[in-house]
Design a protein around this ligand. Structure first.
Ligand code: DGP
Length: 112
């Protein structure tokens, strides 16, 4: 499968890795939209939020279990935002489930 995030997880494409465990990989977004912008992805290929199921949701819970440590390591003690974009209306550009961690400044209240 020609998935850029699967290639990053395998190490075929370099990334600014910030965290890794058995189920989770996290790296710096190539196009940061905040002083801290990290992507957290499951090591299992899941197309999007819309494809989460009982069979693969342990990867999603592993992501959320890892997020506090990732945020702490990134210095986000004042808070942060976690976002996933899904499908065309959600402006998802990479079809491998990923959660954006944004922080390092006061973020806007606007969500759209
Ligand atoms: P989304 O629009 O939610 O699908 O976000 C995809 C993000 O992935 C976008 O913020 C840019 C980032 N991205 C795309 N390709 C690469 C890459 O090759 N390396 C890294 N580090 N980030 C990438």
């Amino acid at each position: 499968m020609d998935c850029i995030f699967c290639k990053i997880i395998k190490g075929d494409i370099p990334s600014g890795k910030v965290y890794e465990n058995e189920k989770v990989y996290a790296f710096k977004d190539i196009n940061p939209q905040a002083p801290v912008h990290i992507l957290v992805v499951p090591k299992l290929h899941i197309d999007s939020c819309d494809m989460i199921s009982a069979e693969n949701s342990s990867y999603v819970s592993a992501i959320f279990e890892a997020i506090p440590a990732i945020a702490k390591e990134a210095g986000l003690s004042e808070g942060y935002r976690v976002i996933t974009n899904c499908g065309a209306h959600g402006c998802q550009s990479v079809k491998h489930l990923h959660f954006h961690i944004l922080g390092g400044k006061q973020l806007s209240e606007k969500m759209d």
